[in-house]
Design a binder for this molecule. Sequence first.
Ligand code: GLU
Length: 303
Amino acid sequence: MDYPHVVEQVLSAVQPHIGAGQVADYIPDLARVDPKQFGFAVATVDGKVFSGGDVDVPFAIESISKVFALALVLSQRDTKIWDRVRREPSGLAFNDLIELEIEEGIPRNPFINPGAIVVTDQLLADTGDAVAALRALLRAETGNAHLEVDSVTAESELRTGDRNRSIAYLMSSFGNMLSPVDLALDHYFRQCSFSITCAELAKAGLFIARHGVRADGSRLLEYGDTRHIIALMATCGTYDEAGNFAYRVGLPIKSGVGGGMLAIVPGHCAVAAWGPGLDPKGNSVAGGVALETFAQVSELAVF
Ligand code: GLU
């Protein structure tokens, strides 16, 4: 695969879309991000990185952290998480409360906010410190020993997080929280506030592309666990647009409201795109164009 050519094609296709969309302003710290930035990186399973644009500018990982939290929970070889969260697309916004009330506090999937809060709560119970577990994983896989939570973003999430608080209390009322709501949410808000670059995000996703094998060659997950994560990314990873992204891109993707997107090509590479401007559902406009172009030029789509 001529990855430098693929990256070049992506950067040129994205050019007219850079700056399009709206930055996520419901989290005040994300509203100050310059939307006219774009980064793209491909990390291959043999350890090479091909990239272009603003690949070294850190941004908030947001919902993409949910993939790593789930991976850590599944790495405990414990399936009880699936009593607490289901594996179906929700068809509603990522922070919706109505479905959660109707379905008695059991979230539809681990990538909408209620499901992710349950996963973080489980990771907190399993490890004693969900953020520390995530920090260790992200640092090891990216090779950046200084990768850290942005405390300003975390504070901003905490201050404006009433919707997530409502979600967590609702789940607690149905007996689906292990830790006190405030403690679990403290970990959830900080987990979403990890500051990561596009090049780092691609590297961080490689253990999924390698079917569970980490950067140091050790195994975090069984083959079946990564198959499950990939399936959930494809069906639930891009908010209420997963069908459209399967059609447009044909790769498992997880996006975040910081404008990042992580796509996995099993056995080949992990691909990260970042553009802060979002479409109305919460997916990066430029990131979507980038991944669509990547799939077309590389012909690596799985569908
Ligand atoms: N921290 C964000 C929230 O909880 C994450 C949302 C997202 O990226 O989808 O609202």
